[in-house]
Ligand binder design. Sequence first.
Ligand code: NAD
Ligand code: ZN
Length: 369
Amino acid sequence: PPSRLPVALSANAYEVVIGRGLLPRAGGLLAPHLPSRRVAIVSDAAVAALHLPTLRAGLAEAGFEIRAEVTVPPGEGSKRLPMLEEVLEAILAAGADRGTAVIALGGGVVGDLAGFAAAVALRGLPFVQIPTTLLAQVDSSVGGKTGVNLRAGKNLAGAFHQPRIVLADTDALSTLPARELRAGWGEVAKHGLLQGPLWDWCEAQGPAAMAGDPDALRHAVLESCRLKAGVVVADEKEEAAEGGRALLNLGHTFAHALEAECGYDGSLLHGEAVAVGLGLAASLSARLGHCAQEWPGRVMEHLAAVGLPARLGDLPRGFSAEALIGRMRKDKKVRDGAMRFVLMRGAGGAFTTSDVPPEVVAALLRDEG
Ligand code: NAD
Ligand code: ZN
């Protein structure tokens, strides 16, 4: 039987269902959580070709009526306002009413776009996440953040809109390109470092998970969602001044700077940037004396063992320390130009701080680059 993880938000509690063979049973799994059996499915062309027929059959079995199927081109380029408009028009042209649920079948791009559409269509339709990438199963499908990118920056238009239920079918991961699977592990490793015991498990089982072991994948998704759900429940709207949801940004101050330097051209996947960011965050923590000197090596060794880039030098291009620091000072969460980092005292001991001398960061980036 699948694992069921409760996400105990005060206003709307929901479950993340994790396991194999969920798509063929989707109708029966969703029905108790939705107001009607009318749905609109949003997917991307690559995922739809592989998994939409299975979802259709699983919904039909439980008497669902698919009012609309909207398929967007794969890739980050679909997370834009014109595509939001397309999705909204298609859903409403198909006669969606307040009881029609929007189902996102796909990775984080589809989840963020479809979730935003569900948040604003008729001022809010029931929403279902069926994440098909490891990144979406361990990260983006839980937490309720939805949105699109603007020219001014990534994810700058959006809404909090929690799903009624999340179905994480680990079988869907078998068709995921290996590089995308590994990128999702960047977030799993992050969750491991935030949680503690999960880090030890990652070191032991990460390579098996990357080889497709279904039990390892289920455990990685379940424990990642448990960690993320706990953080989200404690700080639903990202309002905590210290800690809270901000801890989920471990490795991300560096990652966002790397992604921005690459111009989001697809050459560097988010999870790859996060992996390098985790190595740098561990190194920075060690340099500042917050954690034992063994941590940077341990983190990088694990990332390399699962096939992720672990240090700046593993990336196909170079980066200037000054340019990266310039980016970090402009991060959207930065106030008054002070770079904000999540640092670690060890696995399970992360904390947020702006008390990091820029010259230490510059020296680190030069030494590691
Ligand atoms: P993605 O949705 O672009 O998917 C990656 C690629 O894999 C796409 O080409 C897609 O077509 C393909 N794909 C997806 N599932 C597949 C499958 N089962 N088999 C074969 N191919 C498959 O990217 P992603 O990494 O899943 O998500 C990245 C997005 O998530 C970013 O836009 C990011 O901002 C967002 N995100 C959101 C949150 C949040 O809290 N809402 C958190 C983290 C990331
Ligand atoms: Zn991330």
